[in-house]
Design a protein around this ligand. Structure first.
Ligand SMILES: NC(=O)c1ccc[n+]([C@@H]2O[C@H](COP(=O)([O-])OP(=O)(O)OC[C@H]3O[C@@H](n4cnc5c(N)ncnc54)[C@H](OP(=O)(O)O)[C@@H]3O)[C@@H](O)[C@H]2O)c1
Length: 234
């Protein structure tokens, strides 16, 4: 397995759930980790705890949907930590939508975060990766991107769009030995489900999903794991 020590890793959605577990596991493996999410105080607290455990951690408050801010945030990461080796796009939102009543604002919120945000963050790093002939972008999609469900159809559509975007970029970037991967979890016990009447006891855990993200990142440079579907066995 490839070592992650001293690699520069950016994780979006790093203040909660899958992104947080992923950032922690990369840090435990010795990577230099930039934490991206919107809430600055939360990021500072998490970064302090990870530093206390020996990590090199940079909190970078950012709304991934804000184009000029994305460019500035990634410039800060590169200036302070160095060129980005791995980007994990975990920031995402989802909520139940009745398609006959859904507002355009809700539509935009889902697509802006789950698709535009990934596009902007990936664009900020993938050119440099291709020039260096090295790098890895791992997008957290969902099994809902492959099979739509009636509860959150806009979320499903956004993840299907993400999958198609990822597949196209994967084929473009392969020419420069840059890896683009998708990890598609089934239901995972995170704040995503807060306020919903669901039994989470048989869900994946964020730590389990993070373990797979690191497995994808640790493959030898000549090996690309394109897409992983995750289900829980409970
Ligand atoms: N939980 C599941 O069942 C499940 C299953 C399959 C796939 N997924 C996917 O896994 C990813 C992580 O979800 P999760 O379950 O870990 O959810 P979560 O615990 O709610 O975490 C979502 C993260 O995204 C960040 N975020 C949201 N909007 C953002 C924005 N505009 N800019 C920057 N950061 C933003 C949040 O931080 P701030 O609010 O502070 O910005 C938070 O850190 C998502 O892409 C989700 O679609 C989740």
């Amino acid at each position: 397995m490839k070592t992650l020590k001293d690699l520069v890793v950016v994780v979006t959605g790093a203040s909660s759930g899958i992104g947080l577990a992923t950032a922690r596991q990369f840090s435990q493996q010795g990577a230099k980790v930039a934490l991206i999410a919107r809430a600055p105080d939360k990021l500072e607290t998490l970064a302090a705890a990870m530093r206390a455990a020996g990590g090199t951690v940079l909190p970078v408050p950012l709304d991934v949907t804000a184009e000029p801010d994305v460019a500035a945030a990634f410039a800060k990461v590169e200036a302070e930590l160095g060129p980005v080796d791995i980007l994990v796009n975990a920031a995402g939102v989802g909520f139940a939508t009745d398609l006959s009543r859904c507002s355009l604002a809700d539509f935009r919120r889902i697509f802006d975060t789950n698709v535009t945000g990934v596009f902007l963050c990936t664009r900020a790093v993938v050119g440099g990766m291709r020039a260096r002939k090295s790098g890895h972008v791992i997008n957290i999609s969902s099994i809902a991107g492959k099979t739509a469900n009636p509860n959150a159809p806009l979320y499903c559509a956004s993840k299907a769009a993400l999958n198609s975007y990822t597949s196209g970029l994967q084929q473009q970037a392969a020419a420069d030995r840059v890896r683009i991967s998708t990890v598609s979890p089934a239901s995972t016990d995170t704040a995503y489900w807060d306020g919903r009447q669901v039994d989470r006891s048989k869900f994946l855990t964020a730590e389990e999903v993070a373990t797979v993200v690191l497995f994808v990142a640790q493959q030898p440079d000549g090996v690309l794991i394109k897409d992983v579907d995750l289900a829980a066995l409970r």
